[in-house]
Design a protein around this ligand. Structure first.
Ligand SMILES: *[C@@H]1O[C@H](CO)[C@@H](O)[C@H](O)[C@H]1NC(C)=O
Ligand SMILES: *[C@@H]1O[C@H](CO)[C@@H](O)[C@H](O)[C@H]1NC(C)=O
Ligand SMILES: *[C@@H]1O[C@H](CO)[C@@H](O)[C@H](O)[C@H]1NC(C)=O
Ligand SMILES: *[C@@H]1O[C@H](CO)[C@@H](O)[C@H](O)[C@H]1NC(C)=O
Ligand SMILES: *[C@@H]1O[C@H](CO)[C@@H](O)[C@H](O)[C@H]1NC(C)=O
Ligand SMILES: *[C@@H]1O[C@H](CO)[C@@H](O)[C@H](O)[C@H]1NC(C)=O
Ligand SMILES: *[C@@H]1O[C@H](CO)[C@@H](O)[C@H](O)[C@H]1NC(C)=O
Ligand SMILES: *[C@@H]1O[C@H](CO)[C@@H](O)[C@H](O)[C@H]1NC(C)=O
Length: 493
C-alpha cells in the first residue's frame, strides 16, 4: 500500500478534538482542509520504534530546586467556583532551563483521603490540552457553565479515587510554553516523553509527600502514544538510577491510538457496522486502500471521500450525540446536568480559560504568552515530527515489567472506535485469560471486559464517546476506581 495513502488514512486519527473545536464551521470542510495541508508534511514523519533519548542525561542537572514553590502554586479559589473541601494547585515546572521551556500543571488533591494513589492524566491531539478536556470537560472536579465565567461541580470527578494531576504537554499546548520558538517547529513523541519525565521528577521534588506514592498514568486518544512512552522513560530512568525514582504501578489508555494499521482499518469497519457507510463502501475501502494487490490511490481517495461525505454532519467522536447548534455564551448559566454532557462545552471552556482573572487564579500565563489559549495547538499538530506506527512493543514492555496495563474504549466513538481497539489488541497475540463478559454498574451493563494472560485488561464503556468521562461519568469513575485498586468491576463472571 502506498505510504502517502496510508498517512492519508492515518490523519483521521490525529484529528481528535480539532473537529470538535471547529463545530461552528462545517466538519467536512475542516477535515478536507486538514487532509490536503498535511499530506506532504506528514510523509517526513519519523515512524521508527520509540527509544528514550535521554540515555545519558544527568538528573542532578535537570532536577531544579523546588523549595517554596508548592505553597506559591496553591489555588485559593477559581473565579465562579463553588466551595470544595479539597486543595488544588496550579503552576509551571521548568523542564529545560537553557531553552526556557516550562510545562503547566493543574493538580486536584483527592476529596476524601489524601493517601490515595497519584494519577496523571494526559490528553492527546497531538497538541490538545489536558486542562481543556481532561480537567474541564471530563474527569476534573468542575465544569464550566454556559456563561463562560462560572463553574459547577462534577460529582463523578476522579479525585474521588485518586490525587489527580493534569499536565499540558508538550510545550506549546494550552498554557505550557517555550522561550525557544524553534521548539514549536520540531515537536514529537520522543521530546514529549523526555519533557514529561523531567516534569514528573521536578514535580515530585515540589510535592515530596507523593514521592513514594503508587503512581498511575492515564490518558485518551493520541495519549495512547504518550502514556506508554512515558512509562518507558520512567522504567528506563529507574533502571539507570538503580532505584525507584517514580513508583509506577500501572497505565490506562482510552480510545487510544495504538497501532496505525489496525486503528485505521477498524475505523471504517465501525462506520459500516454502525450503518454510517454502506457495506459496499467498506469493502471498496478495504480493497483499494488496504490491500496489497488491488491498491489504487485514485480509487482509494474516491471511496474515502464517499465515506467522509456520509459522516460529515455528525459528531464522529460520539456518533449518537447531538452537535453544538448554538455555542453562544448565555447571560445566565443554563442549568447543568452532570449526566447529560453539553455539546457546546468547548466554547464555554474557551471563554473561561482565556479570562485574565481565571489565568491569574490558576497561576497560568505568567509570562504573557503571545498567542491566545486554545484547546488544541495548530502549529504543534502541523509540525509533529516523530510518531511510531505502533506502540505495541511499549505496552508489552510495561507488562513485562509488572506494570498493570488497562485499555478502555467508549463504544459510541467513531474516531478511535472499539473495533480499532479490538483489532489492535488482537495484533498483540495475547492469550485470553478471562473471556469477554459484561461488567455492571448501578444494576446495568456498564460495558464489557476481557483479560489476557500477561496482565492486560480490556474494558468497554457502554454509551460513551471518545471522551469517556464526559458522556458516562459514573461508569468512568467506577472503571478508574477498579483499575486503581487492581480489581475487575463486578459483573457476570
Ligand atoms: C533543551 O532543549 C534544547 C532544544 O530547545 C535541546 O537542544 C537540549 O538538548 C535540551 N537540554 C536538555 C538538558 O535536555
Ligand atoms: C521565559 O522568558 C520569560 C521572559 O524573559 C521569563 O520570565 C521566563 O522565566 C522564561 N521561562 C523559563 C522557563 O525560563
Ligand atoms: C543496585 O542496588 C542494589 C540494592 O540497592 C545493590 O545491591 C546493587 O549492587 C546495585 N546495582 C548497581 C549496578 O549499582
Ligand atoms: C484483488 O484482486 C484480485 C484479482 O482481481 C481478486 O481475486 C481479489 O479478491 C481482490 N482482493 C480484494 C481484497 O478485494
Ligand atoms: C462528496 O461531496 C462533494 C460535495 O457535495 C461532492 O462534490 C462529491 O462528489 C462527493 N463525493 C463522492 C465520492 O460522492
Ligand atoms: C450567536 O451570536 C452571534 C454573534 O453575536 C449572532 O450573530 C448569532 O445569531 C447568535 N446565534 C444564535 C443562535 O443566537
Ligand atoms: C497570555 O496573556 C496575554 C496578555 O495578557 C494574552 O494576550 C494571551 O492571550 C494569553 N495567552 C494564553 C495562552 O493564555
Ligand atoms: C503476532 O503474530 C503474527 C503472526 O505470527 C506476527 O506476524 C506478529 O509479528 C506478532 N505480533 C506481535 C506483536 O508479537
Amino acid at each position: 500500500m502506498g505510504e502517502i495513502t496510508f498517512f492519508f488514512l492515518l490523519f483521521t486519527l490525529f484529528l481528535s478534538h480539532f473537529v470538535a473545536l471547529s463545530l461552528a464551521k462545517r466538519q467536512g470542510d475542516v477535515l478536507g482542509n486538514f487532509y490536503k495541508a498535511k499530506q506532504k508534511k506528514y510523509s517526513s514523519i519519523d515512524k521508527r520504534y520509540f527509544k528514550a533519548a535521554l540515555e545519558n542525561v544527568e538528573l542532578d542537572k535537570v532536577i531544579l530546586p523546588q523549595e517554596g514553590l508548592k505553597e506559591k502554586d496553591w489555588i485559593k479559589k477559581l473565579p465562579g467556583q463553588p466551595p470544595v473541601k479539597f486543595q488544588q494547585y496550579g503552576g509551571y515546572v521548568t523542564v529545560n532551563e537553557s531553552a526556557g521551556r516550562a510545562l503547566y500543571y493543574y493538580f486536584t488533591e483527592a476529596e476524601n483521603s489524601k493517601s490515595l494513589p497519584l494519577l496523571l492524566w494526559l490528553n492527546g491531539g497531538p497538541g490538545c490540552s489536558s486542562i481543556a478536556y481532561g480537567a474541564m470537560e471530563e474527569l476534573g472536579p468542575f465544569r464550566v457553565n454556559s456563561d463562560g465565567k462560572t463553574l459547577h461541580r462534577n460529582h463523578y470527578a476522579w479525585n474521588l479515587a485518586a490525587n489527580v494531576l493534569f499536565l499540558e504537554s508538550p510545550a506549546g499546548v494550552g498554557f505550557s510554553y517555550t522561550n525557544t520558538s524553534s521548539d514549536l517547529r520540531s515537536p514529537g513523541d520522543e521530546t514529549t516523553a523526555n519533557d514529561n519525565v523531567v516534569f514528573l521528577l521536578n514535580w515530585l521534588e515540589r510535592f515530596p509527600e507523593y514521592k513514594n506514592r503508587d503512581f498511575y498514568i492515564s490518558g485518551e486518544s493520541y495519549a495512547g502514544h504518550y502514556v506508554p512512552q512515558l512509562a518507558h522513560a520512567i522504567l528506563h530512568h529507574n533502571k539507570l538510577a538503580n532505584m525507584t525514582l517514580i513508583n509506577l504501578k500501572g497505565i490506562i489508555i482510552g480510545n487510544a491510538v495504538i497501532n496505525d494499521w489496525t486503528d485505521t482499518l477498524g475505523n471504517w469497519e465501525y462506520f459500516a457496522s454502525h450503518a454510517l457507510i454502506s457495506d459496499e463502501n467498506f469493502l471498496d475501502i478495504k480493497k483499494y486502500c488496504f490491500s496489497d494487490y488491488n491498491y489504487s490511490k485514485s480509487k482509494c481517495d474516491r471511496v474515502v471521500e464517499l465515506a467522509n461525505n456520509n459522516t460529515d454532519n455528525l459528531d464522529i467522536y460520539n456518533i449518537y450525540f447531538p452537535l453544538c447548534h448554538d455555542g453562544n455564551l448565555t447571560k445566565y448559566p443554563k442549568t447543568p446536568s452532570p449526566l447529560q454532557f453539553d455539546p457546546c462545552s468547548d466554547n464555554y471552556v474557551h471563554a473561561y480559560l482565556n479570562r485574565r482573572d481565571v489565568q491569574n487564579a490558576l497561576h497560568a500565563n505568567v509570562t504573557n504568552i503571545e498567542y491566545a489559549w486554545e484547546s488544541c495547538s495548530d502549529p504543534l499538530f502541523y509540525n509533529w515530527k516523530g510518531s511510531p506506527v505502533t506502540i505495541i512493543p511499549l505496552l508489552k514492555e510495561s507488562l513485562a515489567n509488572g506494570v498493570r496495563v488497562w485499555i478502555f474504549s467508549g463504544d459510541t466513538d467513531g474516531r478511535v472506535p472499539v473495533t480499532s481497539t479490538k483489532r489492535s489488541i488482537q495484533a498483540m497475540n495475547l492469550t485470553v485469560d478471562k473471556p469477554w463478559r459484561s461488567w455492571l454498574h448501578g444494576g446495568e451493563v456498564g460495558g464489557y471486559v476481557e483479560t489476557y494472560k500477561g496482565g492486560l485488561t480490556f474494558a468497554t464503556v457502554r454509551g460513551a464517546g471518545h471522551e469517556v468521562p464526559s458522556y458516562q461519568p459514573a461508569r468512568a469513575l467506577s472503571l478508574i476506581s477498579h483499575f486503581l485498586s487492581g480489581t475487575l468491576p463486578p459483573g457476570y463472571y
